[in-house]
Structures are given as structure tokens and as C-alpha cells.
Write a protein that binds this ligand. Sequence first.
Ligand code: GDP
Ligand code: IMO
Ligand code: MG
Length: 435
Amino acid sequence: MPTLAVIGSQWGDEGKGKITDYLAEDADMVVRYQGGANAGHTIKVGDEVFALHILPSGIIREGVTSVIGNGVVIDCEELLVEMEAIRKTGRSGSGLIISDRANVVLPYHRLLDGAEERSRGSKGVGTTGRGIGPCYSDKVARAGIRMGDLQDEAYLRERLDMIFPLKERLANALGTKLEQDRFAILRSLLEYGRIFGPYVRDTSVIVNSAIEQGAKVLFEGAQGTMLDIDHGTYPYVTSSSCTAGGICSGAGVPPSAIGDVVGVTKAYTTRVGAGPFVTELHDEMGARLQSVGGEFGTTTGRPRRCGWLDLVVVRHACRLSGVTSLAMTKVDVLNDIPVIKVCVAYDIDGEIVQDFPGSVTKLARAKPVYEEVDGWAGWGGDTAAMCRKGYSALPRNLRKFMDIITTNTGTPIGIISLGKGRDETIDLRKRRWST
Ligand code: GDP
Ligand code: IMO
Ligand code: MG
């Protein structure tokens, strides 16, 4: 059963796009299973840079089947724009398939996302404004529309007749007005049904049968563990299950289909939007990480908040997803820092805490307990040479930094990423795919 899962172990933007693309080299299928166009996965291939929001990262590699699973919420307009952009690069994008069970992000979801955020005032979540929360809310409230419905005019009419008046009332209550009436929405949904019809399938059947036939299937997570609806910093989270558990429901595969799990971990921590962040730095070091790391959101362009690596967070992620190895990214961003700090526990009201607390008010009182490691400044940063020579040629202090991570998470580092490109990667894994 050669499958691999890629999940984010922090608050997103860990470099999942780069790692998924790297691991997809010999994959047959790449499957997105949660989230929507709130994701922003950046991939650099030579001089080309792709920023994918809704398409699986496999779309860049010809011959790979890219699957948008039932757990994803689909913004058809965004999907169309991305497919066009991919075609313009000379790639066919023909390997795409879309679940008939995936819910559709409708125009009023985006509008209500903004209105709900405004109504929260200073306590806003800082969402991406892509309609994610309202769409998943409708899915759970059984008031959604799914990709498989888009060619059935009578059923769409019936659904919109029932759902739309409620949305109008909600919009009014939030002091806003829906931009499109139900007939305009119906027309555009039917048009999307025509465009995407050929791609819409029962993806659970297709993915499971690929796995049974021994195909190499890679599950690509979006967001990160700390944005998970259950296990993240609730309510400052997204609305889907970002841990490996989300793969089963979001791709329609059994737990036994999940093989090795790669936890993508940035060598420091970032977060976009509001919510607790124990190791956040408000000083020059935070500003340095932001500028050297280019920490600006792929989806919204917002500056990302920055801080030291938090291993309480990564440990939490490893336990929740059964992470079998870590892919440590953006190590090069730390290159010239004389002393690097790593948070190994929290001090909350004088008590040393190892497990990530569920309460945001407790987190607000948490102080990081740091271990320090001397940096590898003066190393020269010749990443190409390092990537050729591998682990043993890495600076001693970088290896110490890696030891602290492994000791505190109980998880080995399988991949070290030292730059955006595919070749700026050191692969220490003993096997590429679980068997
Ligand atoms: P994702 O959402 O987890 O896919 O991450 P994003 O693409 O939003 O953000 C990660 C950013 O870091 C992207 O601009 C990547 O090109 C870049 N990146 C990934 N790995 C590395 C690395 O090892 N070093 C550097 N300097 N940049 C990296
Ligand atoms: P990738 O896949 C970083 C954050 C938003 C906000 C919260 C809720 O690129 O790692 P939402 O629009 O989902 O309702 O916003 O979640 N967020 C992300 N932060 N990377 C992402 O995706 C994110 N997707 C959502 O900033 O705090
Ligand atoms: Mg991102």
C-alpha cells in the first residue's frame, strides 16, 4: 500500500506545496482532502512559480492524477482561473478529477464570511475571506450544494428555493445584502456544471481502487494542525480537519489506507490571522524572520506573524497525525542567526506544561521555556553543495538543532529543505513510500 500523507504541523504555510511537489516526483496520484481556496501552496520549478489554492500540487507534474476529494469546499470561479493559469504554462491539467460529493462555495458564502468577521469586531478570526467557514457550516447544517448536483437543474432550483431566503435573512441581520439573486446563482451553477461535468466523479471509488492496484497515492494536507477545527487554537482556526484523520472522511478512504505521514515543519513558527501564538516575537528577530523568510501570505498577502520554533506545537501535531517523519523547511532562513531558540515546554502560572492546552485563555498566560543552540553563522550557505553532500556535511550546530527537534517530538527528520527549489532538498528517508 504505497501511500504518503503530507500534513502541516504548525499554523499553515510550512512549505507543504514544496514538499508535496518534491514527493510527487514518482507519485501516480495527489489527493487534496480538506480546506478550499483559503490554502496557498507555493511551488518553484526552475524559474516558474505556482501559487495553488484549490488545485492539488500534482497538477504541475504531467502524468499524475490530481484529485479534489469530497472534504474540499470548491470555489468554482477560483478553480476555473487556476486551471486556465496551469494551461497557460503549457500543462494540460487533464489528469484532474473532482469529487461529486464536494461542497460548493457559493457567492453568499464569501459575502457572509466578510460580514461575520465584521460582526466579531476586535475578536475576529482574521479569515482569508474565501467563504470557508460559511460553506462548511452549511455542509454540516445540511444546507449545501455539491459538485454532483450542478447538472441537475430541477434539484438545484429546489435547493436554492429552500436555502436562499434563509441566507437573505442572515445577510440582513448582519447588516448587508446579497449581491446576486437566486436566479443568477442558478445560472452560474449550471454553467459550472457544464464546464466541470467531465471532471466530476466518485473519487472515493477511484482513489481506493488506485490504492488496491498498488498506485503511489499522496494525500496533500492544507492549512496546519493548529488550524484544525477540533485540535487547533479554537476558535482561531479554520473549519476543516487538517490532521491525518481528515484524510479518511475527506478522501473517502479507510484508516488502513494511510501509510507514512510526513509532518511539514518550518524551522521557526509563523501564523496569519488572529489567535494565540506563544513563541511570537515582536522584536527585531521577528522582523528579521519575516523579511528573510519572505513571510507574506500566499492567499491574502498579509504579513505573517513570526516567532521561534515551538516544539509543544509540533509534538501535538506528531501525536494527532501519527507523523512518521518530519520535513523541516526554511532552514536556510536561520543561516546567519548567532543563537537560535527552540521552545520545548510552556510555563503556565508556574506549572511546566508539555501538552498543548485546549484553552485560549490559558495559552494567553503561557510563557515559552526555551533551549538555546548556537547557530551556524559563517557556514557559507552553499546550499547546493550541502544538498549534494547530505547530512554528514551539515554544520555541527544544525545537527544539534535537529537533535533537539527529534528528542522533543519523538519523530525523526526525514527531509531538510534549504531553499524553494526542488534540488534544494536533502532526503534522509530510508524508504520513499510505505509498503
Ligand atoms: P504551504 O502553504 O505550506 O504550501 O506554504 P506556502 O507556500 O504558503 O509558504 C511557504 C513559502 O516558503 C513559499 O514561498 C515557498 O516557496 C517557500 N519555501 C518552501 N521551502 C523553503 C525553504 O526551504 N527555504 C526557503 N527559503 N523558502 C522555502
Ligand atoms: P495553507 O494551506 C495559513 C487561517 C486564516 C485564519 C484562519 C481561518 O497555505 O497552509 P479561513 O479563511 O480558513 O476561515 O481562516 O485560518 N488560514 C491559513 N493560514 N495558511 C493557510 O493555508 C491558511 N488557511 C487558513 O489566516 O487565521
Ligand atoms: Mg500557504
